[in-house]
Design a protein around this ligand. Sequence first.
Ligand SMILES: C[S@@+](CC[C@H](N)C(=O)[O-])C[C@H]1O[C@@H](n2cnc3c(N)ncnc32)[C@H](O)[C@@H]1O
Length: 512
Amino acid sequence: MTAAPESLARRAEPGRVTDAQSMAVLRELLADTGLTEEAVCARTGATSIYDFTSIREGRVPGQASDALDVLIRLFLDGDLMDRAVIRQHLPDRAVHAIEGLGLLGAPRHDASKQFATVLLYPTNNLWLISDLPLTAAGSPKPLSADAVYPAITGNTRDFLSSLPRTPCNRFLEMCGGTGIAALIASRFSTRAWTADITERSTRYARFNGELNNIDNFLPVQGDLYEPVRGLTFDRIVAHPPYIAAVEQTMIYRDGGPDGEQFTRALLRGLPEFLEPGGRYFMTCVATDRVNAPLEQRVREMIGDSNAEFDVVVAERATRDPVEYFRAVAKGGESTVQDSKAKIAAYAAIQAEKLVYASMAIERHASARTPFTARRSVGGAQIGAALEWQLDWVRLRESPEFAARMLDSRVHCLEGVQIRSDQRLVGGSWNVERLEVSVETPFRTSVECSAETAAILTRCTAPILLRDLARDLVADGLVGSKGVDAAVVSLASFFVNAGCLDTELLPAPATVK
Ligand SMILES: C[S@@+](CC[C@H](N)C(=O)[O-])C[C@H]1O[C@@H](n2cnc3c(N)ncnc32)[C@H](O)[C@@H]1O
């Protein structure tokens, strides 16, 4: 058992009390103080809330010159502050409300000081609470096993960027923590559920919903899909724990011996909980194994009805398990013994690569051929890219696709690159290799023939595919037999690669 540090003796339980009046006063304080991402960044020099760095550097901890400083010091820096300084800058009724809500604690033997009991920060035009890091004055040491995961980590940023922000009806966030994805989705869905196993995360998520005055947001507690059994959803998202660990010491982090325990269980639940036509988005680390790349394994994890699903895995980064766990030990984050055990465990399951990926899965609305793909993340807004990829496959498999393509315009997308390797042979330059590459919607590079590249150069301005086919025949580049089908097939290949835009499904606007 962990002994309660003395400094926490008067710690209140955050999120237990959420009386409407105190919440309104807190909301008013945060709004009046201007606790926005921009303001925090401007005040601290951070480039984004995800890169938040303490304003403590070069200044005396606990000092503050206005209300914004006090809020940053308390709720982002986790400083121990003078009670008097807090009261100097914050209105009495605001301090009273914050205390009543259990967001301020005090050391047992120094009534002149106070500390925050939670992180409280602006993100995605919301204010959220989550648990403090170890460095904060009010943090229990060690952290409790059910600590609520902060929504301003790089991993949560990646997860959120992998989610489309398009309308949906019934949205479910699994492994929700603060409830961040469902809170954002409450803006474009009819109802947004967030589910988490811990009472603590569920309580904080409820607090976050109330703080932001959101009434179509429903936090529920239980193991994986248990709390939503009997319901179905048209969008499900998850950022599960995925660090390999035999025992679950930190509930937000540890994902079983191979790190895939929750990933597997979440995928296995899709046939029951995802509606036909619905989509699932997940960001996690999982493995490529010998003769079993991750995208194929994801398909298998869905279970017997996996042929009803399309699977797109967008790789963010890959690591060799041996190198990775050696580096972890070298960096002091684990013991050499632990690192060796992990390397042996990964070798035993024939894991070749650790893959940090965001994936999208669609359940077919009607019977069609299943699609499986592996892509590489290029731009930042991968959610739009994943959504587009699934839309494209759905379109490509639809009736009359070839005829519709022929009667639509295509054009080369801005930023497409064509590289050629040439060799001087007998006084003339021979093209030995041509490569077409793009960064968005996915990082792609494909080798192609000179004839194919020449076709791309004819699409600088929008051109009807039927006219392109006719021009190619007229210029003697291809024969007339089967030209329409060949041109549709080639154009489809380049649309899928992200080189060509078709007016049937414009390429997503992705930020580089
Ligand atoms: C990495 S955190 C993600 C939190 C949040 N979605 C985010 O992206 O910031 C993983 C979450 O999974 C929850 N979790 C762990 N085991 C679970 C289970 N069996 N069922 C439901 N949630 C679980 C943890 O409590 C934690 O909140």
